[in-house]
Design a binder for this molecule. Structure first.
Ligand code: KG4
Ligand code: ZN
Length: 353
């Protein structure tokens, strides 16, 4: 079975052809980073306009790279939500039009479900049940995957997502957008133990996360610590948030490495606690932050110590892509989950369960 996946939930326009759910024949992604960079985050109106300009070209290229045409495609899978409603609608309307014109079944996929299954691509041995940690710009969720299409949310963020914390800290230091990759790179020169930032702990559900306080902790450190205070240059244009420049490169790297280490520590602790509750040995990580080198190292070390099997998507499949949507769509079809009719519409807050 060949599935064409289409993903436009945020700022990446992506299409992919996947065979039998796990073999990626093509994966084409058009990143909009350069259009959003100067605003320090995704501008929804720009995102939907760019999707509209590129989506058909990206789909054509995905088919061409896979060496097939619409005649060979068995079904179209598209992201229904969660995401930016204007962005989602471009993918959905395109998928609907194609499904109608070429008489193909249309499958709606939850974007988080896609991230959960991104690790399955190229890995025939990986099957549920397993514990999934989704860490992206919009989500930080611990999901028990009992079976395909059968999920239980064990923990989630109460405020910011982990990737959002990376993006906000990067914005504060004027390091560019998206913040995760640049912090990951700069933190390599720093000492992760140099600064102890406080960790948020939830009283009612210890598996929930909170990342909004960590940016404030970084800001307070810069404001209140003499080492950072002497080193900082504040640029503030009227009516704009302050932007800090730390001139001492080593200090900057220490702050970023310590911030990253704290975020990863929180993710690791809750993941290990959830794995213990479910008595599982298999942990599957997905989402943009799964590309983080500190996260990969710390999770690998913990897995070796605890005898856990750890799966990540390859780096190019950590961030948003359409192969994961095609993969999730394949299992929706296999599980005979209701096929979507042409009345399908975008749902900005679509829950995974
Ligand atoms: O999964 P994704 O492409 O989009 C969402 O569904 O949100 O994730 C994007 C997020 C951004 O916040 C970005 O800063 C973060 O993933 N990210 C990283 C790294 N690469 C991307 N965060 C930390 N380290 C990285 N290497
Ligand atoms: Zn995503």
């Amino acid at each position: 079975m060949l599935i064409l996946g289409i993903e436009t939930s945020c700022d990446d326009t992506a299409a992919s052809v996947v065979r039998e759910g796990r073999e990626m024949l093509s994966g084409v992604i058009s990143s909009q980073d350069r259009f959003h960079r100067k605003y320090g985050g995704v501008v929804p109106e720009i995102a939907s306009r760019r999707h509209l300009e590129t989506v058909n070209l990206i789909i054509d290229e995905a088919l061409e790279c896979a060496g097939c045409s619409f005649d060979d495609i068995d079904a179209i899978a598209v992201t229904q939500g969660p995401g930016l409603v204007g962005s989602l609608l471009i993918g959905i309307m395109t998928a609907k039009a194609l499904a109608y014109v070429y008489s193909k079944p249309l499958v709606a996929v939850n974007h988080l479900e896609g991230h959960i299954f991104s690790s399955l691509i190229g890995r025939p041995e990986l099957e549920p049940p397993f514990l999934s940690l989704i860490v992206s710009g919009g989500h930080s969720d611990l999901i028990w995957v009992n079976d395909y299409c059968d999920y239980e949310v064990m923990g989630r963020t109460r405020d910011d997502a982990a990737g959002e914390a990376f993006d906000k800290v990067a914005k504060y230091f004027n390091l560019g957008y998206p913040g995760g990759p640049v912090i990951d790179r700069m933190a390599k020169e720093g000492n992760p133990e140099a600064i102890i930032f406080p960790r948020a702990k939830m009283k009612d559900n210890r598996l929930d996360f909170s990342f909004s306080g960590i940016k404030t902790a970084v800001v307070n450190y810069v404001r209140n610590t003499s080492a950072a205070g002497k080193n900082r240059g504040i640029k503030q244009k009227k009516g704009k948030p302050e932007v800090i420049e730390i001139k001492d490169k080593k200090l900057m790297a220490d702050i970023l490495a310590s911030f990253q280490n704290t975020v990863v520590g929180m993710l690791l602790d809750n993941t290990l606690a959830a794995a213990e509750i479910k008595n599982t040995k298999t942990i599957v990580i997905g989402g943009g932050v799964a590309a983080n080198s500190c996260l990969r190292r710390k999770f690998r070390e913990a897995a070796e110590k605890e005898g856990l099997k750890l799966y990540y998507p390859e780096i190019s499949l950590c961030t948003d892509n359409a192969a994961m949507i095609a993969c999730a769509g394949y299992y929706r079809i296999k599980k005979r989950k209701p096929g979507q009719c042409l009345a399908l519409t975008a749902r900005a807050n679509l829950p995974v369960t």
